[in-house]
Ligand binder design. Structure first.
Ligand SMILES: Cc1cc2nc3c(=O)[nH]c(=O)nc-3n(C[C@H](O)[C@H](O)[C@H](O)COP(=O)(O)OP(=O)(O)OC[C@H]3O[C@@H](n4cnc5c(N)ncnc54)[C@H](O)[C@@H]3O)c2cc1C
Length: 506
């Protein structure tokens, strides 16, 4: 078995980079450039974390905290003030007054799918007790009610989440959700039915978790187990196309283990790239009996369209989800200047282009600021349309990981404004990650209105009946944009098509 990866590292959108030096010359804090959190309801990925021997590395992940700021419409509030009608700069409608963002979302969900909150609570209580039958009944009841739900006469599935919210909440409440929530709500073209499905599957009191040494430690641990078990890893191999093997397939190396009797059915063509992602001009042809394309939407669509497994049907299915751009900008400071303002860790949000900040970064777990070492700030985390401002502000053709002096200066001014400070100390180090650029072409994906993962996901997993070419990705699962989605899809392909059960934990 061989794994071919375009980059010169393993991990994809799980990427944890150390920034600067820690106290006494040790390793500095890690910046999670991509995925950064799990929650207690994500059972499949937590199982994989266990199988990778990393359960002991799971640590609490801080979301919002009551003392952290939310800076919206020019006003800085503490997050605990978001339910205080007199203090928030939003004119909420009668029944919405006094509700915080979480309660407004539940109010909308109950208006769209009657009984949503109660069903969700019962579902998760049953899961906690191990009563899977009752949990499944609650999930079925939710799906039935969701299937009947309409917005202005249109099925919920054909409605965007933004339009669904606007149908049941006042305009000011929707604006509050967008501005204080960190993620795009107002412009989102996400399918409302699927967004409510994700909310339903998230436990009401979800405990968020991260990995002590960053989320990339999971794929790195899996890589070590894979190679220790005899798997071959080839980095810098960019897949260009998959063809059915011709009569001369024995001239090219096979990814099948030596001695294996199975006849290769496919020929994969790779372009070899250097660590900077530049083509070296060298190509490799590899033959295989079974091919698993573990690629998200953008990279899949970059494969040669006349190769296996592309058909008009598959292309239409792949277009059922939409890529969402996102960027992260980390700044490393000599001191945790936010400590003097009463913040130690966790998230702040704003309607300024920064959108979301994490004091202390997100891994290792944000802890009390230390006096003897540098302090990391996830200074900006724009996604969706909010990334446009950053794209426009960046000089074209510059190093994509370095925002440049002007952009850092602008970020510093926004941070100072949000925190009511005249100026900030200069950062020691800076790291930008733009997930909209190749080879990723998007940070995560959402279902477009009108599409149903129950219909599309099985077709994408095995696009050509009778062929041994499979697609494994979170993109076309009910949980796109999550490691859980990727793991669940991999488990399904292994179980349904490759005859493998779950590995027994060692
Ligand atoms: C900013 C951000 C925040 C996120 N936050 C979370 C979170 O908090 N929690 C969560 O669960 N999920 C989160 N996600 C989503 C999560 O990262 C993905 O769901 C997960 O990484 C998907 O894994 P994957 O292996 O399917 O795809 P990827 O991680 O995208 O891996 C695909 C791999 O294919 C390689 N590749 C691309 N083209 C080729 C080619 N032609 N040939 C060979 N190799 C190729 C890429 O280099 C990459 O390594 C986040 C993602 C981003 C970007």
């Amino acid at each position: 078995m061989a794994l071919f990866e375009r980059a010169h590292r393993v991990g994809g959108r799980l990427w944890s980079v150390p920034m600067g030096e820690g106290p006494h010359g040790g390793e500095g804090p890690h910046a999670d450039l991509g995925a950064m959190r799990l929650h207690s309801g994500l059972r499949q990925v937590l199982d994989v974390v266990g199988e990778a021997g990393l359960t002991g590395d799971l640590v609490p992940f801080d979301f919002g905290r009551p003392e952290n700021p939310t800076h919206v419409r020019g006003v800085t509030l503490r997050q605990r003030d978001l339910t205080d009608t007199a203090r928030i700069p939003y004119h909420l409608a009668g029944g919405e007054r006094g509700l915080g963002p979480g309660d407004l979302v539940l109010r909308a969900a109950d208006a769209l799918v009657p009984g949503f909150t109660a069903l969700r609570r019962r579902h998760h209580e049953a899961l906690e007790r191990g009563d899977t039958e009752r949990a499944a009944r609650c999930a079925t009841a939710f799906r039935t009610r969701r299937g009947r739900a309409t917005v202005a006469g249109r099925p919920l599935r054909w409605t965007t989440y933004a339009d669904a919210l606007r149908a049941v909440l006042g305009a000011e409440a929707v604006a509050l959700l967008h501005d204080t929530g960190g993620y795009d709500v107002v412009y989102s073209r996400e399918n409302a039915a699927e967004q409510l499905g994700i909310l339903f599957r998230t436990p009401p009191d979800a405990a968020y978790l991260t990995l002590r040494r960053g989320m990339q430690s999971l794929p790195l641990a899996l890589r070590d187990r894979f190679t220790a078990a005899g798997g071959t890893l080839r980095l810098g191999h960019r897949l260009l196309r998959v063809d059915r093997a011709g009569p001369h397939h024995d001239r090219a190396p096979s990814a099948t283990a030596p001695g294996a009797a199975r006849r290769p059915r496919y020929c994969l063509t790779f372009a070899l790239e250097d660590p900077e992602g530049r083509a070296t001009g060298t190509y490799a042809h590899v033959h295989a009996h079974t091919v698993v394309l573990a690629l998200p939407q953008g990279p899949l669509l970059r494969l040669d369209a006349d190769g296996v497994p592309f058909t008009p049907r598959l292309r239409a299915d792949l277009a059922a989800v939409e890529a969402v751009p996102a960027q992260k900008l980390f700044l490393l400071y000599r001191t945790a200047w936010w400590g003097a303002l009463g913040m130690t860790r966790g998230r702040a949000t704003t309607d300024l282009p920064l959108r979301q900040l994490w004091y202390g970064g997100t891994c290792p777990p944000p802890g009390p600021a230390r006096d003897d070492g540098p302090a990391l700030l996830l200074a900006a985390y724009p996604s969706g349309p909010a990334t446009k401002t950053w794209e426009a502000a960046r000089e074209p053709g510059t190093d994509p990981t370095d925002p440049g002096r002007d952009l850092v200066g602008w970020t510093q001014r926004l941070l100072a404004r949000m925190h009511g400070l005249p100026r900030l100390e200069d950062p020691l180090a800076v790291r930008l990650q733009d997930w909209g650029l190749p080879p990723h072409d998007g940070a995560w994906h959402v279902w477009r209105p009108g599409h149903d993962p129950d219909e599309i996901a099985p077709r994408v997993r095995r696009p050509l009946p009778g062929e041994a070419v499979y697609i494994v990705s979170d993109c076309w699962t009910p949980d796109p944009g999550s490691i859980e989605g990727a793991v669940a899809c991999a488990e399904t392909v292994l179980r349904e098509h490759l005859g493998c059960g779950r590995p027994s934990s060692s």
